[in-house]
Design a protein around this ligand. Structure first.
Ligand SMILES: *Cc1c(COP(=O)(O)O)cnc(C)c1O
Length: 376
């Protein structure tokens, strides 16, 4: 086994422990553990600055943040989304009795193709839920044009795109609102957590109430609501990690370069994202190293994954086999795969490799040497 300790996709990035302990001590001294405490308020303010957004409502996780955003926008009937995403994107709709309509993606960006979205629209459609998959910005302009033409609400699942830009503009400012996840496996984490960000004052207010049971003040409830609150200890983790976010980004950049250089010499393997001279690439968090295994490589994608796993490199096929092939969607819409040729082709070849602050360029060299050796 090449690696004594497992290399995971999504091993958490962890900031300065002393800083975290100090913030946690403040929390204990105040005896204030949750319910919009000082750390949550400070976290929201720092996030607003960092992300360059007008409103930021932090929550207990990204899934609940998505559910609340969908509900606050009044979406019903059908909502169009990609099948090439984590299953939470689809579940956040189905959970509320909304039918997720899976739509094919653009082969370049792997995000929703606006022309395909247009084809998925029915009289029951109320919204479009784009996903900035692997941190790559959607065709925001194209999707907004479709949304405007058909009077649909547009929102984005930005779980992979923390701090990223699209055509130089910060992700978080597009559509009606955007949703981030701060889950432990994401580029930026608060143990568990998430946020809805928006430029819409009224929507922000509604979401703020909905994530606290609808309470407008001490004993006045204005909406049906739920419990989406972030705890103080999660905000302490978020504040700690935000201090060193630039370092995390640098590390991922160095790791990505190490992979790109190593894999460049191997036939049948390529990285789906890479330097293109754009400011978007420079700013990207590079949370996922997404390789595509083609038939020119002597092992199949799955064989390669199993060989890597045997060496303690826990490569993953995210988001294979696609939401549309998971329950309940595969039973409810058994033929939908036929409409998704690009999604299915991408999912058949994809392999995500470990990165983040637990992985070093030196480890990547050793890992790439294995892949190279198996190609001989
Ligand atoms: C992680 C993730 C979510 C869910 O976020 P949680 O914070 O884990 O609930 C939603 N969408 C995508 C695309 C994700 O990767």
């Amino acid at each position: 086994m090449e690696f004594k300790n497992p290399l995971h996709v999504g091993a958490p990035n962890i900031g300065d422990r002393e800083q975290f302990h100090a913030l946690a001590d403040q929390m204990f001294d105040r005896r204030w553990l949750t319910n919009h405490g000082e750390l949550v308020l400070q976290f929201e303010n720092e996030l607003k600055d960092y992300l360059g957004v007008q409103h930021c409502i932090v929550m207990c996780n990204g899934t609940l943040a998505l559910e609340i955003a969908i509900r606050a926008l009044g979406l019903t009937g059908e909502v169009i989304l990609p099948a090439l995403t984590f299953v939470a994107t689809a579940h956040a709709l189905q959970w509320q009795g909304i039918t997720p309509v899976f739509c094919d993606v653009d082969p370049q960006t792997l995000c929703l193709d606006p022309a395909e979205v247009e084809r998925c629209i029915s009289p029951r459609t109320t919204g479009i839920l784009g996903v900035h998959i692997y941190g790559q910005g959607c065709d925001v302009k194209g999707l907004q044009a479709v949304a405007d033409t058909h009077q649909l609400k547009l929102l984005f699942d930005a779980a992979h795109a923390f701090g990223n830009t699209h055509h130089g503009e910060k992700i978080g400012n597009f559509g009606e609102c955007e949703v981030f996840s701060f889950h432990a496996t994401k580029f930026f984490n608060s143990f568990e957590g998430g946020a809805v960000v928006t430029t819409n004052d009224a929507l922000a207010e509604k979401i703020r109430l909905m994530q606290n049971f609808g309470f407008a003040d001490a004993d006045r409830v204005e909406h049906i609501g739920t419990n989406g609150k972030m705890t103080e200890v999660c905000a302490a983790m978020g504040l700690t990690n935000l201090q060193v976010i630039d370092r995390f980004r640098e590390i991922n950049g160095e790791n990505h370069t190490a992979y790109a250089q190593g894999l460049a010499e191997i036939e049948g393997l390529r990285l789906l994202h890479g330097p293109d001279g754009s400011p978007d690439w420079a700013a990207a968090n590079k949370q996922y190293v997404v390789a595509e295994v083609s038939s020119a490589y002597p092992l199949s994608r799955d064989e390669l994954m199993h060989r890597l796993q045997a060496e303690n490199v826990l490569a993953r096929r995210y988001f294979w086999p696609g939401c549309h092939r998971m329950e309940p969607y595969i039973s409810l819409q058994p033929d939908v795969g036929k409409r998704l040729p690009i999604t299915e082709a991408v999912l058949a070849g994809i392999l995500l490799l470990p990165t983040g602050s637990a992985v070093s360029p030196r480890m990547i060299e050793r890992l790439v040497a294995l892949i190279k050796q198996w190609a001989l």
